[in-house]
Design a protein around this ligand. Structure first.
Ligand code: ACO
Length: 367
């Protein structure tokens, strides 16, 4: 007894699942799994050391209906120490972070999943869609569609939907916290997988989302600040983050009243994603490249490896030391500041980011 540890890692104990209706499971490919993944962080909930005391084989089974995000929470364990002030109240600590009314009976939850799957529709307006080849599956599908929806708290039912999805911010973004939903000025973009059942009807499954805050920007425009951005683990590293980011960027371009897109305190993985997508967009802009370098050579080849190399060199080289050869274009060095500022405004990219991107482009060009 003395050697048994009664302390468990809360990131290990918490198990998340995105549960699909039976009919939706039938069209999944063999390797498609959306159940049984772990959070990256639980410290906002269970405390800095992410440990729980008083249990053996503790499982915090936290499930969502894959589209509506209706929740189920069940705490199970092999053994528990007699209740005392040191034994953690696992559910009691967790429940204030999710909306009340979550399911605790498995049967009721599974019935809810079946019901929600056929009735759930994304809230808001579809602003972007794309497809990916379907994993080998038993259905007739050759492609899977994905759709990005723009919504605000004004959209009926979205406030409640947001209350169910915001837990992912605490579980996956370092130093992430809940936004103040009483505040005006929030925009959201939510990404869904759209899957066709054998009978041809479509069902929607949550993939990830981003929240954006509107800042007033003198005299009559707003600056949109990307505040939170998450793609759930079963969907990561498949290009979905890039699609969601591109949808946001194109949304900003399409809004006459929005002057630029900024990002709040980006994590390194997100900076990578942002740089790659911004660079791809700039390199594909022929006019910019022609004016910038007086030649199209910079656009000729821009494999990911070269971009990566240029980015790491940018980190290593002091700004003033970058670029010493002459160029015939506006991108220099030295960069024509007025020209660069005009492009930055047209492309609605924040100042610091645009200057970084120009430095990377110069390095790519010098290579
Ligand atoms: N580490 C480093 N770079 C990464 C990572 C990672 N874990 N994930 C993606 N990237 C970069 C890479 O450059 C990648 O290109 P590559 O696949 O050619 O190497 C590029 O992003 C694009 O990858 P995607 O597949 O489009 O990105 P994904 O869909 O995986 O989304 C994201 C990336 C958003 C960081 C996702 O992993 C995630 O949600 N993580 C947890 C939450 C998080 O950190 N969010 C960002 C917080 S910052 C903020 O909210 C402002």
């Amino acid at each position: 007894m003395a050697n048994i540890s009664w302390t468990v890692d809360s990131n290990e104990a918490l198990v998340l699942s995105l549960v699909r209706a039976q009919e939706d499971k039938q069209v999944l490919g063999k390797n498609e799994s959306f159940e049984g993944f772990h959070p990256t962080f639980t410290y906002p909930i269970y405390g800095e050391d992410e440990k729980l005391y008083g249990y053996q084989d503790l499982v915090i089974d936290f499930r969502f209906a894959s589209g509506s995000l209706a929740q189920f929470l069940s705490v199970r364990y092999a053994e528990k120490l007699p209740a005392s002030s040191t034994v953690d109240d696992v559910e009691g600590i967790f429940s204030p972070f999710i909306p009340p009314g979550y399911e605790t009976e498995e049967e009721a939850f599974l019935a809810r999943v079946e019901n929600d799957a056929s009735s759930f529709q994304p809230i808001g307006k579809c602003i972007h869609s794309y497809t990916r080849p379907a994993p080998s599956s038993s259905s007739e599908e050759s492609n899977v569609e994905y759709e990005v929806y723009h919504a605000t708290f004004e959209d009926s039912g979205f406030r409640e939907y947001h209350r169910r999805m915001q837990i992912f911010i605490l579980l996956y973004i370092e130093a992430g916290s809940y936004i103040n939903e009483e505040e005006d000025g929030w925009d959201f973009v939510v990404l869904f997988e759209k899957r066709k059942r054998k009978d041809g009807t479509a069902t929607y499954h949550f993939v990830g989302y981003s929240s954006l805050y509107n800042f007033y920007c003198f005299p009559e425009k707003v600056r949109l600040r990307l505040s939170q951005f998450v793609i759930l683990p079963p969907y990561q590293r498949q290009g979905h983050g890039s699609e969601l980011y591109t949808a946001i960027y194109n949304f900003v371009l399409s809004q006459a009243g929005v002057s630029e897109l900024t990002v709040e305190d980006p994590a390194e993985a997100f900076e990578d994603l942002r740089d790659r997508n911004d660079l791809r967009m700039l390199l594909a802009n022929e006019q910019l490249m022609n004016e910038g370098f007086g030649t199209q050579s910079a656009t000729a080849s821009h494999g990911g490896g070269r971009v990566q190399k240029a980015r790491s060199r940018l980190r290593a080289v002091p700004q003033s030391a970058s670029g010493s050869t002459k160029s015939r274009g506006k991108m220099g060095p030295p960069v024509d500041r007025a020209w660069s500022e005009k492009w930055r405004k047209d492309l609605k990219i924040a100042g610091r980011q645009f200057h970084r991107l120009v430095e990377i482009l110069i390095m790519l060009h010098l290579d």
